[in-house]
Write a protein that binds this ligand. Structure first.
Ligand SMILES: Cc1ncc(C[n+]2csc(CCOP(=O)(O)OP(=O)(O)O)c2C)c(N)n1
Ligand SMILES: [Mg+2]
Length: 304
């Protein structure tokens, strides 16, 4: 962990109480230390950390558009290289910025092989503008542009598999993490910034306001996503999955029923058919990444 980095993200920001993304900001700077240049696309994190003329970032920080976040980071990398400087460059975007609007530049920067780390804090919708669905919104989640109602069961498409897409660009290191496991987040960011080339870390960042749960439950909700298999924490090195967090899985209802965005699956009556489809997504994840922890059965007693 970088020395004396605890104070680099200041407490004077304006995030909602219990905001997962605020924890991501803090963990990023814990991992990187002060010799870092942050490039931040528009979104909640940019808005709550830098209300003009204030900033919570005690490192150089630049605001980009959604579209050119990775292009700005690429330019900074090229300039630092030319000057023989060694600061780390970290681009940060929300899921809307990363999965959708900034995808073109992100793809270009990874293809060109710039030496930077891209971090997506994934709160699974466009939160800052009022909870619109993005390519990261999970199946059946109700958002303002995929509202559950008589004719709709919420978001009709599965979450885009962006880590696999970026690994397919030849990225040397791609990882997923969750704010429910803070030291794992720090370790993965440290690994990413110290791996030459373009690296990607996608961090699950529950949003109490957009998902509909009490702010003190943020970590518990993040943990349930992993324990149900709806979020998988893994590392990929040179396109190969090298490390996976294993779990004894719980049924997906334990995660879904805690959040208003899935309330329509339980009220006015339980929609078993839709819940089974979400369970199938978790089951598929478990098989794909081999996350199921096999409980060791007690050995048979030795009979003399
Ligand atoms: C090209 C463009 N389209 C739309 C907007 C309006 N806008 C500002 S913040 C935001 C939401 C961003 O969502 P995400 O990247 O997921 O970050 P979050 O707000 O969820 O943290 C949007 C759509 C914009 N600034 N630029
Ligand atoms: Mg978002």
């Amino acid at each position: 962990m970088a020395e004396a980095s605890c104070e680099l993200f200041d407490c004077g920001h304006r995030a909602c109480g219990g905001c997962g993304a605020a924890l991501v900001s803090r963990l990023i700077l814990k991992a990187t230390g002060k010799d870092t240049i942050i490039v931040s696309a528009t979104g909640c994190m940019e808005v709550f950390t830098t209300p003009y003329p204030e900033t919570a970032w005690k490192v150089p920080w630049i605001h980009s558009l959604f579209e050119n976040n990775s292009a700005v980071a690429s330019g900074i990398c090229a300039s630092l290289k030319k000057q023989g400087r060694t600061e780390k460059v970290v681009a940060i975007g929300g899921d809307g910025s990363t999965f959708d609007i900034g995808m073109l530049c992100l793809s270009g920067a990874f293809e060109r092989g710039h030496d930077f780390t891209y971090i997506c804090y994934d709160n699974e919708a466009y939160m800052n503008t009022g909870i619109q669905r993005s390519g990261a919104t999970p199946y059946d989640a109700s958002t303002t542009t995929s509202p559950a109602g008589k004719c709709s069961k919420g978001n009709s498409r599965p979450k885009k598999d962006l880590p696999q897409i970026l690994a397919a660009h030849g990225a040397p290191y791609v990882a997923t993490a969750s704010i429910a496991y803070p030291s794992d987040v720090v370790k993965k960011i440290e690994k990413a910034i110290n791996t030459p080339g373009p690296c990607y870390v996608q961090i699950h960042a529950p949003c109490c306001t957009g998902w509909g749960f009490e702010g003190e439950k943020t970590l518990a909700i993040g943990k349930l996503a992993i324990e149900t298999g709806l979020w998988v924490n893994f590392e990929m090195e040179d396109g190969v999955v090298t490390r996976v967090k294993k779990v004894v899985r719980k049924p997906v209802e334990t995660y879904l029923k805690e959040q208003k965005r899935f309330r329509h699956l339980f009220k006015p009556k339980v929609n078993a058919e839709e819940i089974a489809k979400i369970q199938a997504i978790a089951d598929k994840n478990a098989v794909k990444y081999g996350t199921d922890l096999k409980l060791k059965s007690k050995p048979d007693p030795v009979i003399p």
